[in-house]
Design a protein around this ligand. Structure first.
Ligand code: HSE
Length: 406
């Protein structure tokens, strides 16, 4: 029998206990041995819970118990979770986590610590919730040089954008409704400003490059300035607006960024709606592959944590993780990135100045019956060139600019 401890009995932690309990026979068969949750660490007591008798408040009990071989860290954050993870790994106990913040902030250190102590630090649930993406990158696609990863990695923002698109509602109304339904956090900043997607693409970029991609250095733009009118233009062009997190090889450098993008109807991520996530991976041999499913939620996320637990149980004493170095990846300055842009200006003077600044390459986009403003799509140009011209339109713009993903 392999004994497990769960750190944090919140949404994901209780999901882990539920998955192990509900799928007991199958989980045990696949693990090759019976798994038992021996301790649940939390600040609170759960007297009415069927597992309430396993709740403890002192992490040292877990650390000092030699029977505990696997720890599930479902606390979140980079405070106590970081300390407990380091202590568990130093004691040779494998750690399975859903904590993307911790993996993004201290991944190389924790992976090295696990390796030194012949155990594993696995984090399938940290990106894309229940969608298998870390394991495909680490196992199935190991013969590939990964050239690009493009993902919809945040369910909250995808839900908000899908609702805005389908109902013509404004951002604040949809956010409020999403909060009331429990889809969005009361403090939604990490989601709507793109920080959550940024941490996730930092992890995927680090796996892609084998070097550390610092999430603090990734250009990140959220969805708070998107207006219903942007969707009207998108629809007119047969496009949609999605918050994309992307990472790609550009020569010797890596481009990593998070931003809302206009994407065409034939883009594989166009049909990813609501709370769903998807990750689109391009390898140099396989070509394109896509991973789609529920990127958040109790049981999908817990299922991914338990899949890591099973992997650890099958490989006790053996290091199975893949690594990325502590060395910093060489990130490209996004000023140099070439792409097309969409922007909106006021009718009359705005239009005239836009044509003067951008020349013949502009494609006009008009909404039926709209007399106050119009939209334009530029030719492919560097971010910096676009930004300099866009600044010269100050005073005659009618909305935001949007990047276009080819
Ligand atoms: N807040 C995240 C989301 C949860 O909306 O996708 C999963 O990381």
């Amino acid at each position: 029998m392999i004994k497990i401890a769960v750190l944090g009995y919140g949404t994901v932690g209780s999901g882990v206990v539920e998955v192990i309990g509900k799928n007991r026979d199958m989980v045990n068969k696949k693990a090759g041995e019976e798994l038992e949750v021996k301790y649940i660490l939390d600040l609170r007591d759960f007297p009415d819970d069927p597992y309430g008798d396993r709740v403890i408040h002192d992490f040292n009990v877990i650390l000092e118990d030699e029977e505990i071989r696997i720890v599930c860290e479902t606390m979140g954050g980079v405070g106590a979770a970081y300390q407990f993870t380091k202590q568990a790994l130093s004691a040779g106990k494998s750690v399975c986590t859903s904590n993307k913040e911790l993996v993004a902030a201290h991944g190389p250190e924790l992976l090295a610590l696990a390796k030194a102590n012949r155990c594993n630090y696995l984090f399938e649930a940290s990106v894309g919730g229940g969608i298998p993406i870390i394991r495909p990158l680490n196992y199935s696609l190991t013969a590939e040089r990964i050239e690009a990863i493009t993902g919809i990695l945040n369910g909250t923002t995808n839900y908000i954008l899908s609702k805005m698109e389908n109902e013509g509602a404004d951002y604040h109304t949809v956010l409020k409704e999403a909060q009331e339904k429990g889809y969005a956090e009361r403090n939604p900043e990490a989601d709507v400003e793109g920080h959550d997607a940024c941490r996730k693409i930092a992890i995927l970029s680090s796996l892609m490059t084998g070097k550390n991609v610092d999430s603090n250095k990734i250009y990140t733009e959220g969805i708070t300035a998107i207006e219903p009118k942007d969707f009207e233009y998108a629809r007119r062009m047969g496009m949609s607006i999605k918050l994309l997190a992307l990472s790609r090889e550009v020569g010797e450098k890596t481009l990593a960024m998070v931003s809302p993008f206009l994407i065409g109807g034939d883009h594989p991520l166009h049909m990813v709606n609501g709370v769903f996530n998807a990750v689109f991976v391009r390898g140099n041999m396989l070509g394109d592959s896509m991973y789609y499913g529920r990127g958040a939620g109790k049981l999908p996320t817990a299922s991914a944590v338990v899949s890591d637990v099973i992997d650890c149980a099958r490989h006790l004493g053996k290091v199975i993780m893949c690594f990325w170095d502590a060395e910093e990846a060489d990130l490209m300055n996004i000023d140099e990135v070439e792409r097309a842009f969409f922007f909106r200006v006021k009718a009359g003077e705005g239009e005239a100045r836009a044509r003067e600044l951008f020349g013949d390459g502009l494609r006009e986009v008009r909404l039926p019956g709209e007399t106050e403003e119009c939209g334009f799509v530029t030719q492919t140009m560097a971010e910096l060139t676009f930004a300099e011209r866009w600044e010269k339109l100050t005073g005659v713009t009618a909305g935001r600019r949007l990047r276009i993903e080819a």
